[in-house]
Design a protein around this ligand. Structure first.
Ligand SMILES: [Fe+2]
Length: 288
């Protein structure tokens, strides 16, 4: 039963992207994703629109140092903290100014932090330009060269619930796991991992309400002379419609619609490692 996971109900609240040119990166998200830009006390920038926000900081381009998930309430947050403490997980101070004082962080085997907490009301706002289609920050995905310890950590330790596996057939008859999609609510995935040749951010995604919203966001990108990097297409795992763009630092960003909802307790499904699994409509983005 999925609801027995102590993480159940957690939703992606924000991520942090680092850049050696944070001003340029912030300007991209402000324009491309219709967000208001504000400066935070620690020198980072908060980009914020309705149901979406991220932090852009000065640092090494290509680093996404943490992803922050909000728990449903304080009781659940404390129960989750106890669940991790009981397992001997090393809890660290929360690095994000957007969560309240009881938030905490844990480091995954690749050294990236996962932060769990509740939003600090001082930074909650629907601030952002009017007149744009909706876009709710919904999932974040990473690439890793060492999938086995990451699976152990995210599934067994943190309690993410596996939805789909992508498996590559090897010549010796064995199978290699090349991607895994995890949920923490009924939505198909809030987090996922791809096997690749190194640890790096893969992409993050904004969920919209329908196909016409995807059209409107693509037209909006066009207004800013931003080419679509992949898609439009439809993913196999998740069955969501999508396109992706690339920001000035090479981070990939997705607009998605119709992401599947899973039944409680649905068993893990398997997909072949193929272009078609990643994009039922056309070319795939193969990470391995
Ligand atoms: Fe995605």
């Amino acid at each position: 039963m999925t609801t027995t996971s102590p993480l159940w109900g957690a939703e992606l609240d924000h991520i942090r992207l680092d850049s050696d040119n944070p001003e340029q990166l912030a300007a991209f998200y402000r324009d491309a994703f219709a967000m208001a830009e504000n400066h935070l006390d620690d020198g980072s920038r908060l980009l914020q629109g309705r149901d979406r926000r991220l932090i852009i900081g000065a640092g090494a381009t290509g680093e996404q140092p943490y992803s922050a998930f909000r728990l449903p309430d304080e009781t659940r947050l404390q129960a989750y903290k106890s669940h991790l403490t009981t397992q001997g997980v090393n809890l660290m101070p929360s690095p994000t100014p957007l969560f309240g004082q009881n938030a905490f962080a844990v480091a995954d085997p690749d050294g990236r932090q996962m932060v769990f907490g509740l939003p600090n009301p001082a930074h909650l706002s629907d601030d952002g330009p009017d007149g744009h289609p909706p876009g709710r920050l919904q999932h974040v995905v990473v690439a890793t060269a060492e999938l086995a310890p990451m699976v152990e950590f995210y599934e067994k330790t943190l309690g993410f619930v596996a939805t789909d596996h992508v498996l590559r057939d090897e010549e010796d008859g064995s199978q290699t796991l090349t991607a895994i999609f995890y949920r923490s609510t009924p939505e198909h995935h809030s987090f996922a991992m791809f096997l690749s040749d190194g640890a790096r951010p893969d992409h993050h995604a904004y969920e919209v309400s329908c196909w016409n919203d995807i059209r409107d966001w693509a037209d909006h990108m066009s207004d800013h002379c931003i080419k679509l990097w992949w898609g439009p297409g439809r993913h196999g795992p998740g069955n969501n419609l999508f396109f992706m763009v690339e920001d000035p630092d090479g981070y990939k960003v997705e607009i998605s619609a119709e992401l599947e909802n899973m039944d409680d307790g649905a068993p893990v499904r398997q997909w072949p490692h193929s272009e078609r699994s990643l994009n039922l409509w056309g070319p795939g983005w193969m990470r391995a």
